[in-house]
Design a protein around this ligand. Structure first.
Ligand code: ADP
Ligand code: MG
Length: 339
């Protein structure tokens, strides 16, 4: 008899969960992105004990039908793409159909969801992949997903979680990225029962940066817009004197998604060349918009990296727009360079 077995679905999910769900902040990211894809305008995020005890996201989005509730938690189940053609030109934050299945395989999940056209809400409980039957319940329009005891049956993973403060730091960072990319959203963050952040919907980017990072960061930003060769760029650039010791205040977004890209990072560095000390990092908030056919997001499970069809063009556009703004502004460069 052979020795090779195909693992059961639950095991497959648990293992796959390692790819997208590294820590509480990854759950936060996936759930917030799902709410955005559901067309939510208000989202409330609740965290307890750095996300180990509870991560809960409530949105006023489209909701999930009773008959879709179980399916939504199956691996590779998605409403966002159908065929391989759809992979070219992804417009939603999600498309892999992995997040809910992964999360539910490594925690206790309770979901309550109601569609606008439904007379009632429906509830589903899943404990490490074990589903209870879907049942009707009372509830508002939209969806609430509660995730408890992350990794509680996986000591090997739980052991790698850091203190509540550290995990909360990661959660805050993901919350910030999504908040900056979606200024239209009304966002509330409640940490251990206390309101930690309340961002009004339809805020200006500058106001939002100010609320998230302080007026000292937001007030002096130079703003520039440009559109050429199908790339729309909006950038808020820190003055050279604001440059930091780390690149923590560099945010790049592509069509509403936070990304890290070495070509764009390089362009940012080039744009400030000669204006700041080489070991310092400028404050930059960059929002790029382009046709989703111009890049591929199906590169990395968490989609933090994309592959541009023409990365040289993206690089040169970003550099040109930034450089022009920086050089046309009267900057107190002397103050930021060593005498
Ligand atoms: P993906 O986002 O890649 O499609 P997920 O596992 O994150 O995969 O979600 C599976 C499906 O569940 C989604 O395609 C969507 O149809 C549904 N869904 C998830 N979260 C929500 C939500 N907050 N509101 C409405 N539908 C949701
Ligand atoms: Mg998703």
């Amino acid at each position: 008899m052979g020795r090779i077995r195909v693992l059961d679905d639950n095991m497959i999910n648990m293992i796959a969960a390692g790819e997208v769900i590294e820590r509480p902040a990854s759950v936060v990211k996936e759930l917030l992105e799902n709410s955005i894809d559901a067309g939510a305008s208000r989202i409330v995020l609740k965290i307890e004990d750095g996300g180990r005890k509870l991560i809960s996201v409530t949105d006023d989005g489209c909701g999930i039908e009773a008959e879709d509730l179980e399916t939504a938690f199956m691996p590779h189940a998605t409403s966002k793409i159908r065929g391989s053609d759809d992979l070219d030109g992804i417009v939603t934050m999600g498309f892999r159909g992995e997040a809910l299945a992964s999360i539910a395989s490594v925690s206790k999940v309770n979901v309550v969801s109601r569609r606008l056209d439904s007379i009632q809400a429906n509830q589903l409980e899943i404990d490490c992949g074990q589903k209870k039957p879907v049942r009707p319940c009372s509830g508002d329009y939209g969806t609430t997903i509660e995730v408890r005891n992350l990794f509680y049956k996986l000591p090997a993973r739980r052991k790698f979680l850091r203190t509540a403060n550290t995990e909360m730091g990661h959660i805050n960072e993901h919350f910030t990225r999504i908040a900056l990319a979606h200024c239209e959203l009304d966002l509330t963050l409640i940490n251990n029962g206390r309101q930690a952040q309340r961002l009004a919907g339809k805020q200006s980017v500058r106001d939002r940066i100010g609320q998230l990072m302080g007026k000292a960061v937001s007030e002096d930003l130079l703003e520039t817009h440009a559109e050429e060769k199908g790339i729309r760029i909006r950038a808020l650039l820190g003055k050279p004197v604001q440059a930091r010791g780390s690149s923590k205040f560099q945010y790049v977004f592509l069509n509403g998604r936070y990304i890290r890209d070495k070509f764009i990072s390089h362009a940012i560095k080039e744009a400030y060349r000669g204006l700041i000390e080489p070991n310092k990092h400028p404050v930059v908030f960059m929002f790029l918009e382009m046709d989703p056919h111009m890049y591929d997001v199906n590169v990395h499970p968490t989609k933090i990296e994309v592959r541009f069809q023409n990365s040289n063009m993206v690089h040169s556009q970003v550099l040109a727009v930034m450089r022009e703004k920086l050089l046309s502004t009267n900057l107190d460069v002397e103050a930021s360079l060593p005498g």
